[in-house]
Design a protein around this ligand. Structure first.
Ligand code: COA
Ligand code: ADP
Length: 571
């Protein structure tokens, strides 16, 4: 039995002294040979996608104990292009199983065996669906995360799943709200390259080596074929050697089998200053019925070209074909905007993201993801120090480098769904929190996200009042045992500019996690990461859970008790 453990650096040591390894972890190392590379000696991205998919699929199958197929792969940013003679190392492990699907985290590095140098190539998250014999759905067993980093990935995987299942709708919404500026510019089109010149059509026959033992084509093989036609289309446009930089999140809509013919079509959708997007679509034709075509995948790949000094080349505009071409031109611009937002908000480390990120419909999904995942990360932190206990509340602190975190825990005799409804209704917070002197709803983004403005009294006599613009994101549990969450972070938006009479202050990460204790008791944990704006409110309290904080906790308790029967808990 694995029992109490402690983590040493990145090693997790079991009680018996053994080093813990995740049971689903699969590693693959490959020497890059000329057959894996293009004519410039660089590893072909398609080959890398095949290796990634195989490693991830083997990891998924270790957990599922049955064959799995690739359902989707989240956006990938390629940071380094490995070359012949280098070694690619791929590590995959299952982060979380949902019902029939599971998320696999994949990390790819590359090393030069002679110098010993190592580089990160990319990381990725792929979703696989378990396919048992016949049509019966396979209910997967849950993953039990053991190390703090596994617990964090497990927790955030639920938020990534939500994001990928909304991905198509997000793109559709953005495209439908795109403005006139996104229309192709007729003056520019004089010197523009006609998109039609970049069109590529190709076909592949699915043979047994391209498929698993159940004859299902490997997702990695389809991705490799798609990457190959996309690269040809890209070369026709740039008249040089394109380098694949990013692949947009994509979804395998339908399966294909040995014997299918895969039709692949690619064209340049839009060109930006230093990059351009190629769209590629794959459909399967079946030997028994040529007219029955199944659309299996569409992918959008962004390429760049580097000159001999490694400087990014500049591109001419693209002249889209009328109809679908013009629509794809606009959609490519929307995807570009989303990619930039995602990079800015998600790919940055938590500490690198500025406190108040400007809110915008195109980055809403990522800001909301960032809001929830920051709270989840905070909630998985270890080594909290109990500072004091007063009434039913406990105050903990945690110092990490320059950062200071607080958490307050209390238990109330109120149903968890009621607590969630009451605490996530920000307009009611002034009823119990004296820091919320004036509250104004600025925007209801969707069912689970609101942006609001709050004015707080001054901390010291004579100083100005402070104000905050906050994004509140709430989540019901993805599965039994998950907590309810209400996350808060500062954002900025033109509708609520800073004013002279108030000190605009910021919150990087704060919020509540709620979990069921016994019967109807609910454990409420409030977390906050300190920033200069909120530090004065907290440091007054740290010396002994000051009367002020105590009053707020008591008021919160009373508010929940008094309102426990009034709200509708149809969640
Ligand atoms: N990204 C990630 N997971 C997705 C998804 C997406 N875009 N779309 C659906 N899923 C997940 C669902 O969340 C669900 O997971 P859960 O059971 O854990 O909740 C699971 O896929 C099944 O969803 P369901 O709605 O029942 O099925 P579907 O009709 O949407 O089918 C696939 C989903 C992936 C099974 C189906 O599209 C398919 O067979 N695709 C081809 C897969 C394949 O053969 N790949 C290899 C290359 S061809
Ligand atoms: P959409 O048209 O919404 O982009 P599709 O799945 O039809 O979605 O196509 C995905 C991408 O594949 C397109 O954006 C385009 O770049 C490319 N594509 C689709 N059809 C063709 C075609 N007939 N010829 C060349 N490329 C195509």
């Amino acid at each position: 039995m694995m029992a109490e453990t402690k983590e040493l650096n990145t090693l997790f040591i079991l009680e018996n002294g053994d080093v813990y390894t995740n049971p689903t972890e699969v590693k693959m190392s490959q020497f890059i040979l000329p057959c894996h590379a293009n004519h410039r000696g660089e590893l072909s991205a398609g080959q890398l996608l095949k290796w990634m998919d195989t490693t991830a699929c083997l990891s998924a199958e270790r957990h599922a104990n049955c064959p799995c197929v690739t359902a989707s792969v989240d956006d990938i940013d390629f940071e380094y292009t490995p070359s012949i003679g280098q070694v690619v190392n791929i590590k995959a492990k299952v982060n979380r199983a949902f019902n029939t699907s599971l998320e696999v985290g994949i990390m790819i590095t590359c090393e030069d065996p002679f110098s010993g140098m190592q580089w990160k190539v990319c990381n990725a998250f792929a979703t696989f669906v378990a396919k048992g014999a016949g049509l019966q759905k396979v209910q997967l067993k849950p993953v039990i995360p053991r190390t703090p980093s596994e617990q964090m990935e497990y927790s955030i995987a639920a938020e990534r799943r939500r994001m990928r299942l909304h991905h198509l709708d997000t793109i559709k919404d953005l495209v439908s709200s795109s403005t006139v500026q996104d229309e192709p510019n007729l003056e520019e089109s004089q010197s523009a390259v006609a998109a039609g010149k970049t069109r590529v059509e190709s076909v592949e026959l699915v043979l047994p080596p391209h498929a698993n033992h159940q004859s299902n084509t490997f997702g990695g093989q389809i991705m490799a074929w798609m990457e190959s036609v996309a690269t040809i289309s890209a070369s026709r446009f740039c008249k040089g050697y394109p380098v694949l930089r990013t692949i947009d999140m994509f979804h395998f809509r339908g399966p294909s089998q040995v014997g299918d013919r895969i039709n692949l079509k690619a064209i340049v959708n839009n060109a930006f200053e230093k990059s351009f997007e190629v769209g590629v679509c794959a459909e399967a034709c079946h030997l028994e019925d040529w007219d029955r075509k199944t659309h299996i995948n569409s992918a959008f790949m962004t390429f760049v070209v580097l000159d001999k000094d490694g400087v990014l080349s500049t591109f001419p505009h693209i002249k889209p074909e009328p109809g679908d071409g013009e629509r794809r031109y606009r959609e490519a611009r929307a995807r570009k905007k989303i990619q930039l937002d995602r990079k800015y908000i998600i790919s940055c480390k938590q500490t690198e993201v500025p406190l108040s990120v400007p809110w915008d419909p195109s980055n809403q999904v990522y800001l909301s993801y960032n809001n929830i995942s920051a709270l989840k990360t905070l909630a998985t932190k270890q080594n909290w120090v109990l500072n004091c206990t007063q009434n039913k509340a406990k105050l903990f602190t945690l110092e990490e480098g320059q950062q200071l975190f607080f958490k307050v825990e209390m238990t109330v005799s109120v149903n968890i769904k009621q607590v969630f409804m009451l605490l996530s209704d920000m307009s009611r917070r002034p009823e119990w929190d004296t820091h919320y002197q004036k509250f104004e709803l600025i925007q209801k983004v969707d069912e689970d996200d609101v942006i609001y403005h709050v004015i707080s009294p001054s901390v010291s006599k004579g100083s100005k009042f402070q104000d905050f613009v906050l994004l509140a994101s709430r989540r019901v549990p993805c599965a039994e045992g998950d907590p309810y969450l209400i996350a808060l972070r500062s954002v900025s938006l033109p509708a609520a500019p800073p004013t002279e009479d108030l000190i605009r202050s910021e919150v990087l990460c704060a919020g509540f996690t709620l979990s069921q204790d016994e019967d109807i008791r609910t454990r409420i944990t409030y977390y906050i990461q300190t920033t200069p704006g909120i530090l004065p409110y907290i440091t007054r309290d740290i010396t002994g859970l000051s009367a002020d904080l105590c009053k707020i906790i008591e008021a919160c308790n009373q508010f929940l008790e008094q309102n426990k029967d009034i709200v509708n808990v149809a969640l």
